[in-house]
Design a protein around this ligand. Structure first.
Ligand SMILES: NC(=O)CC[C@H](N)C(=O)O
Length: 378
């Protein structure tokens, strides 16, 4: 019988939760957010947008299917820690290569189980996102509290440049699909340059599966360098932190919009498109993190169930004349999608690529491809 070391979770408001460690020994600090997805813990942990955040999952049993190399959305776990109710005694799946605790330990990530995640989630909903600290192995409550209180606010942090790739690279996975329905087999119909602010792999897969050849570039690549690659379209990725301090990206996007190249943004990329167009962003009380968020397409009136992961939002009250609202959250009325009226650019706050979550918004990738096609034919 495995025995688990003690672990505690402290919050900046003074709350202490006691449980047991199911990850590495040590300390993790960050903004504690709750995610309501019922599946996809490995995609969530490896989503770079969770950098410097500690995730609590509201689904009570986490770890049932272990972990595998296919479900990683980036090369490593980006979350600062994981909080769960219960780790099942047995993990089993035909794809499993490692149980969740071994995977977390191998990556040096702290995690705590045995926590009343309902109480924790209600606290975060009532008080708003809180900074917290997980201490696992040797536990010192006073020190863990001090660390939670010393953790800097997410507001004002530029983390895109922390998680981005070091060098440009070509996304090769799924190249067999290039050309399907477009040019000759094996020949890409469009060249997309994707800004990596913390990109999830499934976004790149969704582009490739629609006939795009994708070049990924670091967050701080100047617009002139990207435009010199003569892309058919430019993609602005998801990513961690506050969009407002990413001035290098905002400046580059302004130049790209002026060049009239079709542009599509997701999550942080959406917020940056908003800022580059003159709108403002705000920090939300506890954000949206989950796989069951209803969003309405304001043009078709269709309601979709969407995957979400954001703590900031473009403020609908600040949209300039050349930016129109295209989608709205039916949970809280917050803005979920925008489109420029004067150039081919649009973006979505949630995650059309899912991973994990429903695929209802996948049509936005088709819209991007149609935009590139139209421009090439013009
Ligand atoms: N998934 C994302 O791209 C998140 C965007 C941003 N970091 C936010 O919290 O709102």
């Amino acid at each position: 019988m495995t025995s688990f070391a003690p672990a505690i979770l402290t919050l900046a408001d003074g709350s202490i939760f006691r449980g047991y460690s199911i990850g590495a020994d040590g300390i993790g600090v960050g903004e504690v957010v709750f995610n309501t997805s019922m599946t996809g813990y490995q995609e969530i942990l490896t989503d770079p947008s969770y950098c410097r955040q500690i995730i609590t999952l509201t689904y009570p049993h986490i770890g049932n299917v272990g972990t595998n190399p296919q479900d990683e959305e980036s090369p490593k776990v980006h979350a600062s820690g994981l909080i769960i109710r219960d780790l099942p005694l047995l993990a089993s799946n035909f794809r499993m290569t490692q149980p969740l605790p071994d995977y977390l330990r191998a990556q040096g990530v702290v995690a705590i189980a045995g926590i009343d995640t309902r109480r924790l989630t209600r606290l975060l909903r009532e008080k708003g996102a809180q900074n917290g600290c997980i201490m696992a192995g040797t536990v010192d409550e006073a020190e863990a509290l001090r660390r939670a209180q010393a953790c800097p606010s997410m507001a004002g942090q530029d983390l895109a440049k922390v998680v981005t790739c070091a060098e440009p690279y070509a996304w090769r996975e799924g190249e067999w699909a290039l050309g399907r329905g477009f040019g000759e087999p094996g020949e890409a119909a469009f060249h997309v340059v994707a800004y990596d602010f913390g990109v999830k792999r499934n976004i790149l897969r969704m582009l490739t599966s629609r006939g795009c050849k994708v070049t990924v570039v670091p967050a701080q690549t100047p617009a002139a360098e990207v435009l010199a690659m003569q892309p058919d379209g430019i993609f602005l990725s998801n990513g961690p932190g506050d969009p407002e301090p990413c001035d290098y990206a905002i400046d580059a996007i302004r130049e790209i919009l002026a060049a009239n190249v079709p542009t599509y943004g997701i999550c942080l990329g959406h917020q940056l498109l908003g800022l580059a167009s003159g709108a403002r962003t705000v920090k939300m009380k506890f954000g949206h993190h989950g796989g069951n968020h209803p969003v309405q397409d304001l043009d078709s009136k269709r309601v979709m169930i969407t995957s979400q992961n954001h703590g900031f939002a473009v403020d609908a009250e600040t949209l300039p004349g050349n930016l129109r609202a295209t989608h709205v959250s039916l949970f809280d009325g917050s803005l979920q999608g925008i489109a420029r009226t004067d150039c081919p650019a649009f973006s979505f706050q949630g995650h059309p690529e899912a991973s994990p979550g429903p695929h209802d918004v996948g049509y936005l990738f088709d819209r991007f491809v149609a935009m590139m096609k139209e421009r090439n034919n013009a």
